[in-house]
Ligand binder design. Sequence first.
Ligand code: HEM
Length: 565
Amino acid sequence: MILGENRHEWPILTQRECAALIVTWAFITYLYFRKFTFAPPRVFPTLGYLIVAPAFLSIPCIFSFSTLWRAILMAYSLFYSSLLTITVVYRISPFHPLWKYPGPIFARVSKFWTFRMAKTGRQHIAYKAMHDKYGPIVRVGPNELSIANVEAVTAGFSEGMGKGHLWEARRPPVEPIAVISIREPVRHSQRRSAWNKAFTSASIKEYEPSLVRRVQQLVECLEANSNTRIDLAYWLSCFTFDFMGDMMFGGGFELMREGDKDGLKHFMESGMQNMALLQTIPWVTPIAWRIPKAAGRIVRLRDWSITYAKQRKERGSTVKDVFHHLMNEDSEEGYTPEDIVVTDGLLAIVAGSDTTTTALSGIFYYLMTHPLACKKLRAEIDATFPPLEGNPFDTSTLASMPYLNAVINEGLRLQPSVPVSVQRTPLPGTGGKQIGSEFIPEGTAINIPPYVLHRDLRYFSPLPESFIPERWLKQPSNEKQQSVDTDNIKFSTDASAFIPFAGGFANCVGKNLAIVEMRMVVALLVQKFDMRFAEGYDQRKWEESIEDWLVVKTGELPVVLSSRV
Ligand code: HEM
């Protein structure tokens, strides 16, 4: 369109003035969006800043660019290219508060870099490589650091720190959300108090008969499949799923007996990958939730959980299971609303089964690749629970077995179930947090990656990449650092760098139950079976198969078990 005669009625700007106006608007837009690096901005202001305003700004430019379309094209292209340039320049400039921290240049510029890295499922390897190259503090995103030192463990899990921004991405759009995704400290601690009750020593004692029953069932299944090739990781995952089902919904899953007949385990796991990708760019999540398939997934999981919760409620329970505590059945304050219990019930299944499966599978993998360690473990088990005289079900005896506990620690050290994504951030209003000699400003997400810390020579020496349970022996748990002489090797183990269950107010609430579970399963299977890798299995495949989707997903563990007696 060619402009009409009455052009003098409009404010006339030169091309240069038009450009200055649009660049200024790009700068204002940048300042507005800067605070939304992690959280999503509101829809209407977003449309206003990004779509409507550039259109308005093209009006006074019409006369300098002779046609409306040219003015609009110029306004939008200059606006977006200026916005991009300002963002990139600021992120790599010395004015950025994280400027001084080293890291890959693309990581400084955009979270899409992290997204690409996460997509490989090999984040743990990439983080380790970055720390090897850049040191203990690495800038892994525009406003994100990874800190792998004990100072970060101490300060990161202490007061003034909250859950990191990745949990923003992991909250579904509908309330209530599960305890793990609650970032507001007061709200989190209110919900967490019910969880804490469910995992006191007394509560865990009540769960023991169910645990023993399920461990015995696992042994029966494995005996029925002895002397043939089986995927041990699969059986362990059926076991952990069934056990968590007992704890949460009074049973009913029966994966060990019937397999994944409803495909629910598979369905739960398939969402893990997408969530792990979304968490790298939290502000994309609300958009993703509008996709019917993604929202439908949540609805289906909720329906499923509601069905199980209803059944459990109708049936009641003779034991005070996790459901009982989350439901607040003991208290005079009255029941917790059902939708909260349903949401947290799903969390219990997801958080309690995959993590424990990963840990157990890793421990058995390392025992099979280290026959000497396996032999020592068996000697300890046989001496404590002679094979024909009793099964290793006594939890206090299991807790006192040094080599068994050393094996479990060493497995969790080398293969932590949550390898990288333990994330914290200074709470809003605190201004920031002192971590060792560094002051980390508010608005920074801080990853404290167990996988990297656990393989750090400063904390686990010598041979931090090797499976050596001896490094945990004779070390009183309350001592931070101690050198031990075993077989003429001097070990130095700093337990404060050992964080498979994270730490602080949002640490793993199921830690003590998981440990009891692992002790019993490891002791019983080592007591009952000789284990070897199935023929043709290339052992190197195990570590290659480990994928990090916040929680580790392992590959197959093909083994042949034969009964000892
Ligand atoms: C070896 C087994 C396990 C490992 C390695 C593990 C690891 C973790 C880690 C690292 C976190 C903290 C995540 C963070 O800080 O961002 C966590 C949280 C959590 N875990 Fe576990 N976990 C295990 C077993 C269990 C079990 C058996 C349960 C039982 C239901 C459980 C329930 C939870 C819950 C509810 C949270 C969230 C706590 C909160 O936000 O307050 N976990 N787990």
